[in-house]
Each structure stands twice: as C-alpha cells, then as structure tokens.
Design a protein around this ligand. Structure first.
Ligand code: IMP
Ligand code: MG
Length: 179
C-alpha cells in the first residue's frame, strides 16, 4: 500500500510504558475484584492487554479474557465516526465485573459502543482501562477509569496502534510525522 511520505518520531519509550503498566495493574487491583472479565477491543489493544494481564499475574487478579473487534477508523488517520461490530465476545458477562481495555481514547465512540453493549448484557460493573488518552477530542461523554498516559493531539503508532495496519509491532509509542 502506498502511503504519504512520513517517519516516526519516538514519544514514549518501552521502559516508560512497562513501568506505567505495572503501576496501572496495581491501581486496578486495588479497586476491582480478583475475578474479572477483561474484554480487549481489537485490533489495537492486543499488545497493551497482553502486558496488562501479565502484570495482573503479579498483583493477584485472575481474569477471564475475551476479545471484541470494533472498527471506526478506515485505513487513514481520521475516524469515520461510525462504529461497526466486526467480531463479538463469546463470554457471558451477565453479573460479571468487566474491565474493557482499549489502546487509546479519542472521540470516545468506540469505548462507549462497547460499554453500552456490555451494560445491556447485564454486567455487574464496568470499568475502562486505556493505554493512552488524547484530551480535548471527546465527541461522546465517557471517562476512562484507568489511563496509562495522556498525550498531545497527534497520530501515534506502536504497542498495537497502527497507521494503515502498519507499525503495530513497535515496542514504543511514536508520532507519525508527515515529511
Ligand atoms: P475513538 O472511537 O475516536 O475514541 O477512537 C478510538 C480508536 O481509534 C482506537 O481504538 C484506535 O484504534 C483508533 N485511534 C485513535 N487515535 C489513534 C491514533 O493516534 N493512532 C492510531 N489509532 C488511533
Ligand atoms: Mg486502529
């Protein structure tokens, strides 16, 4: 695929990300019960979720894990504004304490779609954890309970986040800068 000329400028190191994830796991463990359902929103959150649940191993949280694929972005860098459910979870969340995990909270549409769906299915409690948050971009009223980093308004990649489905493998967060 041909993309406009660009390069990646490092923003958050992998060391900073992993120490933050350890702290986040501790914060979450203080508030949520041990027996939770983690719902990772794909595709972007798979790396963050993998790190977070391994941090839970040390803090004593013992989650069930399921995945929901939602899409709002096309292949570019701006959201289409409409969320589509591509693949649903199979876990029954009725009466369960749920932690929804996403890579980044921007307009809030993706997370609010997921939260509403889980709420309708009778979850006992719903909390939200995101690796990143962009302030000032919210289009719907939603707050993440646990936030890794609040970043400037830039298009970022790495740690699962993509630009046209590339760069998910970067072990750090970088900004896409157009040449
Ligand atoms: P929202 O629905 O606008 O909050 O956007 C959330 C989704 O958009 C995330 O799950 C990401 O997949 C994607 N997204 C938002 N900002 C970025 C970014 O800076 N880089 C890559 N993906 C992003
Ligand atoms: Mg994406």
């Amino acid at each position: 695929m041909t993309l406009p000329a660009h390069h990646i400028e490092p923003l958050i190191t992998s060391e900073a990300i992993s120490s933050r994830i350890t702290l986040l796991a501790n914060e979450i463990t203080k508030i949520l019960p041990r027996d939770i359902v983690v719902i990772a929103l794909l595709r972007g959150s798979f790396v963050f979720t993998a790190d977070l649940i391994r941090a839970f191993y040390a803090t004593g949280v013992r989650p069930q894990v399921d995945f929901m694929t939602l899409e709002s972005y096309g292949s570019g860098i701006s959201s289409s504004g409409r969320v589509t459910l591509i693949r649903d979870i199979t876990e029954n969340v009725e009466g369960r304490d749920v932690l929804i995990v996403d890579d980044i909270l921007e307009s809030g549409r993706t997370l609010s779609y997921a939260r509403d769906l889980i709420e309708k299915r009778g979850a006992r409690s719903i909390h939200i954890a995101v690796m990143l948050e962009k302030p000032g971009k919210r289009k719907v009223d939603i707050i993440a309970d646990f936030v890794g980093f609040t970043i400037e308004d830039a298009f970022v990649v790495g740690m699962g986040l993509d630009y046209a489905n590339s760069y998910r493998e970067l072990p750090y967060i970088g900004v896409v800068a157009f040449d």
